[in-house]
Ligand binder design. Sequence first.
Ligand code: NI
Ligand code: MN
Length: 228
Amino acid sequence: MTKITWLGHASWLIETDNHKILLDPFLTDNPSATKQVDDFQDCTHLLISHGHFDHIADAPAIVSQSDATVIGIFEITQWFSEKHGATKTVGMNIGGEVHLPFGSVKMTPALHSNSLPDGSPSGLAAGFLLTIQDQRIYFACDTAFFGDMAYYASSVDVAVLPIGDLFTMGIQDSVDAIKFIKPKKVLPTHYNTWPPIEVDPDLWAQRVREDTAAEPVVLSVNESIQLS
Ligand code: NI
Ligand code: MN
């Protein structure tokens, strides 16, 4: 059983029978999140797409409170080991795949900037393709639309795409991305946290239904979908 829960903004929890994987934890200063750092002391893995505050703000605290392995681009995992005492890290780079106890993680390209809060080298922004049991789950993370999504994430079971515009794809580009990727299910992320990225997820879902064969799934904060 694999369960995916939206924690608000671009933060996600992926649970398997034995693992709790947090993607881009941003909780404390996240106006849409209700969970807190303390709720994730049993986190086993942290996936970090890039170093912007709305993806990384609570990650150092979670690393120090849990036994979690940090997975990210090499520069970012180095920052966690050198500046935040992370003892378990998996540094990787775009196009690489690693096999971990819960499944495999492939680092995919993202068309986005990157930086770390203290100005340390941050490498490139990235996305993740997870394969857990027989399910393929694509987290595009912060990105513009790019045609190579069709190569990396073709026909995935679940695609999680940003729709909030301004910093990432908006509704139109995300619908175009869905046409390229052809996922079975698609979930929106990175929207409505603050006024500049306000969009109507029901309008997005309607567009997805009209223009693509994918099933849109709009979750509320802390709501989950279960994969077989
Ligand atoms: Ni960003
Ligand atoms: Mn962001």
